[in-house]
Design a binder for this molecule. Structure first.
Ligand SMILES: [Zn+2]
Length: 203
């Protein structure tokens, strides 16, 4: 893939992601590497080790999504890394950022980006964030080939998460899935878990 093609892919992923984040450019290069090394496979499944940027790149470029079950979030790992597996064999490629190959001297902004040590002003100033982001990308492009590490891996468990049966909540009358057949109150109504409160009931 030439540079023009690469950046046209980046633009499409930017649009999907909704932001021109440096993690997208880095992610596109990582996904390309994983896809190239994995080769042509019928079905693939991805495990992504971070919540930031990379899941969107994988979803957009690999068609492995949260909704279709082929993107598994393993972000408790906390690494800018992911694995792409052949779903039929469980063999795959893991790609990651090799921080030991990033030079603080030659590519300081990139180094600080991955260690989350950029000037705190990037959190408060849009202009500073943009300038830093552009610098991260610029530095990354000079070393992209060297800093994306890869390894052959095999999956420990590709089984599907269990699908529960559905009950109708006695209180709100909505159907909900639950591991227990005897549970007739949804998490919201039982106050076991919720993320909203109702302000006004419609119809
Ligand atoms: Zn309910």
């Amino acid at each position: 893939m030439n540079t023009t093609e690469f950046f046209s892919v980046v633009e499409r992923v930017y649009a999907f992601h909704g932001r021109r984040a440096p993690g997208i450019v880095i992610g596109v290069a990582m996904v390309h590497k994983a896809v190239e090394l994995l080769g042509n496979v019928k079905k693939q499944i991805a495990f992504v080790e971070t919540r930031t940027c990379l899941p969107d790149v994988v979803q957009y470029l690999c068609g492995c999504t949260i909704g279709n079950g082929d993107l598994r979030m393993v972000d408790q790992m906390g690494k800018y890394a992911f694995s792409l597996f052949n779903k039929d064999t469980g063999n795959g490629i893991r790609v990651f950022i090799d921080i030991n190959k990033i030079s603080l001297e030659n590519t300081p902004e990139l180094y600080k980006f991955f260690l989350r040590r950029r000037d705190p002003v990037v959190l408060t100033s849009k202009e500073a964030r943009k300038a830093s982001g552009e610098l991260v990308v610029k530095e990354f492009l000079t070393v992209a080939d060297k800093i994306i590490g890869s390894e052959k891996v095999s999956a420990l468990d590709l089984s599907k998460p269990e699908l529960f049966e559905a009950n109708i909540c006695l209180n709100c009358k909505e159907s909900f899935t639950t591991p227990s057949k005897d549970n007739n109150i949804c998490p919201h109504c039982s106050q076991e878990f919720s993320y909203y409160k109702i302000c006004e009931q419609q119809s």
